[in-house]
Design a protein around this ligand. Structure first.
Ligand code: HEM
Ligand SMILES: [Ca+2]
Length: 665
């Protein structure tokens, strides 16, 4: 009967995935770096998800797709999974609360996101799946197999070929006339608050990184390998394939492969505070509400992580421990982490000074609550207005109020990110990154520059006190141009991400990874999303001419057999910008829809009634990113009024309003 068929499928699936263990080849971080490392909780999810993935295939072969909901119902009503295979639990992290009605979860944003939504308590939590924008996937078997053929049956172009022909920058790699490089960097910091999509790991004990370098690794190492073929005439790589590991499968039942977010989806500074209670412990000082810091020369840096195996720089230039593992991915990200740690500690100090007798926990929670509110305010009032036009921000309810409370919270709104947002649209920022990062000291003097591709997971730049330390990198970003958001991507990004110094060709092409990642996670081809973005259906290449220049259509035509094959990422960087937006209509709508969910579906969104009083809200609303940067650097006495603008007038830091902490008691 059905019950035993399902049980049987699970048993068989379990042994199939375990039989693969002996062929797994893992690789050390100092040989091949990787930023998307799965944490223990994600590895637990993968352990079971792969069994579901395999079992689904067995069942679908026998009964067809219709079996999926039925099998899940059976799973729900029996203890079948628990009886069949051992469900793993992460013992280090405390188990979730038994109810959301206790005082803490009613009033306080939890670290993992649990109980933000009291009906669907796991919505937006770390270690949960992403939504699919159109509710559909594009896997060749409908379940998990990467699409390899286009609509006319021809093999799709390799992601590296697409990168070479569409994203390769020549002299057209233009700098922005409007925006400084900090706009890029805040975008990445925001991305790291929202999304951490881990890569699959080895199934064998320890869950190391899979070595997916060889072109036949999907067969010889793991089905979770998805290496990118390199064309034989490649201008840079002299290898057969660029390594890539598929995003970790975290499906929790029978059905389609499901990618997860290891961070909280919410805008909650999880990159500062962590996304799980056990991670949050590693960043707190547990004294006076403070976060841990490390002092070097006369600078503050985040606490050192002396055991970070991914870190390429050697002692004493260790990488750091922050709420997000990727904090030391490249040197310019660390100053942002540092500024926010310092800001938290400034707030904690102010709270302690104005109210004696508060516990460490009380100070910590208040400082955290204020800082997350300031951050949400920056995101909606300073960052997004530079990315999305007013028209589209209005359409998606993203415009902040001048006063009063926001009344739009909807308990029915799932705040989760979409695969389209994380896998393609919000990666637009990769086009903004420069090849070389400037260092400028507080007197406005150049302290030289460094090449991004030479510094992936090297923290040493941030220690160089003689060059002005991390502040010189931060000021360098304020004073130099971002790259234009266009289809051209810098040399370092396209050839040298994860490259080990002095070893040419050991890195990857991030632009190609983005394209391949899109296929890996089952994104539909671009034309499927046009309707969602308010665009007309396409019946020919010419049908694209409203949104694409002729030159860009020609470039796309050279790699794609059909307009219906265009990968979402390639289209997003090739569309004409929409109105005042920095991206085209497709990216703009995908991005706006996610930020709408993150506002409407966040019970603790800072403008909601009951979070702050009117007087407190007024203090948050007058906060400016420029002031926070002023206050948490030693060198800056003047700063851009409009922090991301190249043409902004400069103001004295003292002229910008500070927060009045006294209204918060
Ligand atoms: C120098 C700057 C940057 C570097 C070196 C960098 C590097 C990376 C790398 C290595 C990945 C993982 C790709 C994968 O395995 O799929 C990634 C993912 C991503 N990046 Fe960037 N990035 C940079 C800037 C940005 C910016 C400016 C934005 C947005 C404005 C951004 C948004 C994203 C997003 C949304 C993801 C997906 C994250 C995930 O799946 O966990 N990045 N980036
Ligand atoms: Ca978050």
């Amino acid at each position: 009967d059905l019950l035993s068929d399902i049980q049987d499928a699970l048993f068989r699936a379990n042994s199939t995935v375990n039989e693969r263990i002996p062929m797994e080849i893992t690789v050390d971080d100092n040989i091949l770096q990787n930023s998307q490392k799965a944490n223990e909780a994600s590895k637990m999810l993968q352990a079971n998800a792969e069994i579901f993935e395999e079992a689904t295939q067995i069942l679908v072969q026998k009964f067809g797709m219709g079996i999926i909901p039925i099998a899940n119902k059976v799973l729900e009503t029996t203890q079948m999974l628990n009886n069949t295979i051992r469900v793993k639990r992460d013992a280090k992290c405390p188990s979730p609360p038994s109810s959301c009605s206790d005082n803490f979860h009613r009033t306080t944003r939890s670290i993992s996101g649990i109980c933000n939504n009291v009906k669907n308590r796991k919505w937006g939590n770390s270690e949960t799946g992403m939504r699919r924008l159109l509710g559909a996937v594009s896997y060749s078997d409908g379940l998990n197999t990467i699409r390899t053929r286009g609509v006319n049956g021809k093999l799709l172009p390799s992601a590296r070929e697409i990168s070479n022909k569409i994203f390769q920058a020549s002299n057209e790699n233009a700098t922005s006339k409007q925006y400084n490089h900090l706009l890029m960097q805040m975008g990445q910091f925001l991305a790291h608050d929202l999304i951490f999509m881990p890569s699959s790991t080895a199934r064998s004990y320890g869950g190391g990184s899979l070595n997916c370098s060889s072109c036949d690794s999907p067969k010889t190492v793991s089905p979770n390998c998805a290496p990118i073929p390199v064309p034989s005439d490649d201008p840079y790589f002299k290898i057969g394939c660029i390594r890539l590991t598929r995003a970790l499968n975290g499906q929790t039942g029978f059905g389609i492969r499901q990618q997860i977010d290891q961070n909280t989806h919410f805008i909650d500074l999880s990159a500062v505070y962590g996304s799980e209670d056990c991670e949050a412990v590693t960043v707190r000082e547990y004294k006076d509400g403070r976060l841990l810091e490390f002092r070097y020369a006369n600078y503050v840096l985040p606490p050192q992580n002396v055991r970070d195996e991914n870190c390429q720089s050697r002692s004493p230039f260790h990488c750091f421990t922050c709420g997000d593992f990727r904090n030391s991915l490249h040197p310019a990200l660390i100053p942002i982490h540092t500024v926010f740690i310092k800001q938290h500690n400034r707030l904690a100090q102010m709270i302690k000074n104005s109210r004696s007798g508060l516990t460490d926990e009380q100070i910590f929670q208040l400082a955290r609550r204020i800082m997350i509110a300031q951050w949400q305010h920056f995101v909606y009032s300073e960052y997004l207005p530079n990315i999305l036009s007013l028209a589209i921000r209005k359409k998606y309810d993203l415009v902040e109020l001048d006063n009063g409370f926001y009344k739009g919270y909807k308990q029915t709104r799932d705040p989760s990110l979409t695969n389209e947002f994380t896998g393609a649209a919000f990666r637009f920022g990769h086009s903004q990154a420069r090849d070389r990062f400037q260092r400028i000291n507080n007197k406005g003097q150049s302290q030289g520059d460094y090449k991004l591709g030479n510094d992936i997971f090297y923290a040493d730049q941030n220690y160089l006190a003689g060059n002005g330390g991390w502040e010189a990198i931060l000021i360098g970003m304020i004073k130099s141009e971002a790259m234009e958001v266009d289809r051209y991507i810098s040399h370092s990004m396209r050839n040298e991400i994860f490259r080990i110094r002095q070893k040419e060709g050991t890195g990857v092409d991030l632009a190609a990874v983005n394209v391949m990642r899109g296929r890996d996670i089952g994104l539909l081809p671009y034309t499927s999303y046009r309707k969602f973005a308010g665009l007309s259906a396409v019946k020919s290449w010419d049908g694209l001419s409203q949104e694409f220049t002729k030159e860009n259509i020609d470039a796309l035509k050279k790699v794609y057999d059909s307009y219906d094959d265009i990968d979402l990422y390639a289209a997003i960087l090739s569309e004409k910008h929409m109105g005042e937006s920095i991206v085209g209509p497709t990216a703009a709508n995908i991005i706006a829809e996610t930020f709408e969910g993150l506002k409407v579906g966040d019970r603790f969104y800072y403008e909601n009634e009951g979070i702050f009083t009117n007087a407190q809200l007024a203090e948050i609303r007058k906060s400016k990113l420029s002031k926070i940067i002023c206050q948490n650097t030693d060198g800056l006495k003047t700063i851009n009024r409009d922090i991301f603008s190249l043409s902004s007038q400069s103001v004295n830091c003292d002229q910008l309003a500070d927060i009045n902490i006294n209204v918060f008691f």
